[in-house]
Ligand binder design. Structure first.
Ligand code: PLP
Length: 368
């Protein structure tokens, strides 16, 4: 879809990357690291100590979680590698992985690469809440782990403490691991982000994944990390060693500084997006979409049926030509698209004027 945006000159609200870079001082720290020879040669396999310390400090500062930076933190090539390495490390062929669909597209690929079997549990409109009965019913003797993502891409749903506690109870009762993808942890507009690892009995069975891409608006740097017990980190590191070994040396120094930014920075992440969420929620609704208001992330899910359309895929194929805008059909995030076939995702991590231009163009659409 990004290629289609380039080819047609459409406003790209498809892929989730911001059109403004992260903090200038952090970019400068990366440039200085390159110029002063920090990280230009292979950094240590688990990541540079400065970044591992900064990740551990961040988990403690925001969530009261304590991780040993030497044995319980691993730096990865973005959250994407963390997900892949965790699946390859923790799954045996035939193991079942329960994931809440719609899900981020790398999940299906990574489960498949590890020989796992994905078992979707569907989050349904309008609220996209996890259905605990469906989750319970999905657990079998082959279930190895639950793959969580909250705040959730693409729906913007943020799981509540009660929901996470119910998931934790099932994970403990069935002795399951949890992989928790928390890359949108600092993008919450209502409710709170709670790492499932912070719930009783969960630290020892959870691999928490996050990344600098979203929090610091440097998606191209590909610096991610996991926090988990040393046994789990060792397993994931053993795989990571043969995927990328290491990456992003100078960026690791810069992100170590970024993670130490004052609290104000972290609250400004969702603060800065909140007005754009309002603009898009109101603007898309005014255009005629049914809009599902996100509680977190920088994505909005909409329903296209008010336009008389029944296929998000077709709608998104035509949209660049009809309205000069690119969006993503949510069906790509499902195994069983069901009502997801009517849904289309817009990213709002773009400048306000860009969003206004997109809304202006979309106003050419007419509800059917
Ligand atoms: C849910 C989710 N996890 C992981 C990633 C990838 O993160 P990274 O760029 O750090 O690999 C994304 C990126 O869009 C995402 O939406």
């Amino acid at each position: 879809m990004s290629a289609r945006a380039l080819a047609t000159g459409a406003v790209n609200l498809g892929q989730g990357f911001p059109d403004v870079d992260g903090p200038a001082e952090i970019a400068k720290a990366a440039a200085e690291a390159v110029l002063t020879g920090k990280g230009n040669q292979y950094p240590p396999g688990p990541g540079i100590p400065e970044l591992r310390n900064a990740v551990a400090d961040h988990q403690h500062r925001f969530y009261g979680l304590t991780y040993d930076p030497d044995t319980e933190v691993l730096v990865t090539a973005g959250a994407t590698e963390a997900i892949a390495a965790a699946m390859l490390a923790l799954l045996e062929p035939g193991d079942e992985v329960i994931a809440f669909e719609p899900y981020y597209d790398s999940y299906a690929a990574c489960i498949a690469m590890a020989g796992g079997v994905r078992v979707p549990v569907t989050l349904r409109a309008p609220d996209f809440r996890p259905d605990m009965d469906a989750l319970r019913a999905a657990i079998t003797g082959r279930t190895r782990l639950i793959l969580l993502n909250s705040p959730h891409n693409p729906t913007g749903s943020v799981f509540t403490r009660d929901e996470l506690a119910a998931i934790a109870e099932l994970a403990i009762a069935h002795d399951l691991l949890v992989i928790s993808d928390e890359v949108y942890e600092h993008m919450v507009f209502s409710g709170e982000h709670l790492p499932i690892a912070s719930l009783p009995g969960m630290r020892e069975r959870t691999v928490t994944i996050s990344s600098a891409a979203k929090t610091f608006s440097f998606t191209g740097w590909k610096i991610g990390w996991i926090t988990a017990t040393s046994d789990l980190v060792t397993a994931v590191r053993t795989v990571k060693q043969f995927l990328t070994f290491v990456s992003g040396g100078p960026f690791q120094y810069a992100i170590a500084e970024a993670l130490a930014l004052p609290d104000d920075y972290f609250s400004s992440v969702s603060g800065g997006l909140a007005a754009r969420r309002e603009l898009m929620v109101d603007g898309l609704a005014a255009t005629g979409f049914e809009v599902y208001r996100p509680a977190g992330t920088y994505f909005i899910t909409t329903d296209i049926r008010p336009f008389g359309e029944v296929s998000g895929l077709e709608f998104c194929r035509k949209l660049p030509y009809k309205a000069g805008v690119v969006a993503i059909p949510s069906s790509v995030f499902y195994d069983n698209a069901g009502e997801g076939q009517f849904h289309v995702r817009f990213a709002f991590c773009k400048k306000e004027e860009v969003l206004k231009e997109a809304l202006n163009r979309l106003s050419a659409l007419r509800p059917g």
